[in-house]
Structures are given as C-alpha cells and as structure tokens.
Write a protein that binds this ligand. Sequence first.
Ligand code: SF4
Ligand code: SF4
Length: 171
Amino acid sequence: MINQLKDVVTGSAEIAKAMGVTLKYFFKKPVTHQYPDEPVEVYPRFRGRHVLKRYDNGLERCIGCALCAAACPTDCIYVQASENTDDQRYSPGERYASIYDINMLRCIFCGYCAEACPTEAIVLEHDFALAEYNRWDAIYTKERLLQPHDPSYIVLRSDEEFKLAETWGKK
Ligand code: SF4
Ligand code: SF4
C-alpha cells in the first residue's frame, strides 16, 4: 500500500514537472519556419549550391584550368576546356570551360573546389534547395551554374531552370 502511494506521488510529481515544461514553451513564440514561403537564414560561411561567377564586364571568370576538378575529393567535377578566339571570347584568358558539370549527388560541399580556383570562378553560395525529381537533374551543367548571384536563392527554382533541367540528358 505504501509503495503504491509512493508511486502515485512520484508519478504526479513527474506529470507536474512535464506540464511545467509544456507551459514554459506554450506562451513562447514558435520557431517553426514556414519554408519556402518564409526566408530561412543561414550562416555567412554556409556552403550551399555552386555558382560560376562572371567579371563585371560579363566575361566568365572560369579559364578551364580544371584545378577545381583535381582538388575535388569525390571526383564530381568535369571540366572540358576550349580555346577563346577574337570572334568568340568567353573569358579573359586563352581558354574557357566549354563544358563544366558538377554531379551534386557526389558533392560533399567541402569547398575544396572554391579554395583551389585561381580566379574565384567557382563559389559555394547559400542555396540549399537542391532536391531533384531524377538523378540526371542532379548533374549541374555550366548553363545552370553560370549565373549572377540570385538574392532570392531560397525560393524554389525559376521556370527557366526547370526548362534547362528538362532538356538535360536528352542531348
Ligand atoms: S564542394 Fe567538395 S565535393 Fe563538392 S564539388 Fe567542390 S570539391 Fe567537390
Ligand atoms: S572553376 Fe576555377 S579551378 Fe575550376 S576550371 Fe574554372 S578557373 Fe579552373
């Protein structure tokens, strides 16, 4: 009988304790983010989706040297370089990347590619909305990577990017 009373008292105390915790948070502002309707903040050094940068004059920073591919520990970057000509100039150097692919399924977002790049062409920015409907779309081509910084990076992809993704793999 005494043991049963002890159990009742102990149980009641535990319930009161738990209810205390519940009541403590009941009146606090909820921390749930209504993503993607509301922006989500990330730390400044967060490493997300890659972007290939341009210079202010529009020329591509990438010179096709493939140092990023050499530095990548998961071998997920493929670079094919081609020569610039006076008629068709893409970058300030002799060569440019005619093909630049990153397989995002293999990327571990270590940032070594950005560290190795001599022209600061490849940068890991803050976009983390990287879900795809099929694995082919997870291979980001130069056309998808080469873009000016989009401050609305956390909003779902643009129609243009969806169209590019649809055509990829059918070439
Ligand atoms: S972040 Fe790391 S794993 Fe991803 S592409 Fe760059 S070097 Fe490779
Ligand atoms: S992104 Fe940088 S390291 Fe990679 S090929 Fe272009 S210039 Fe070279």
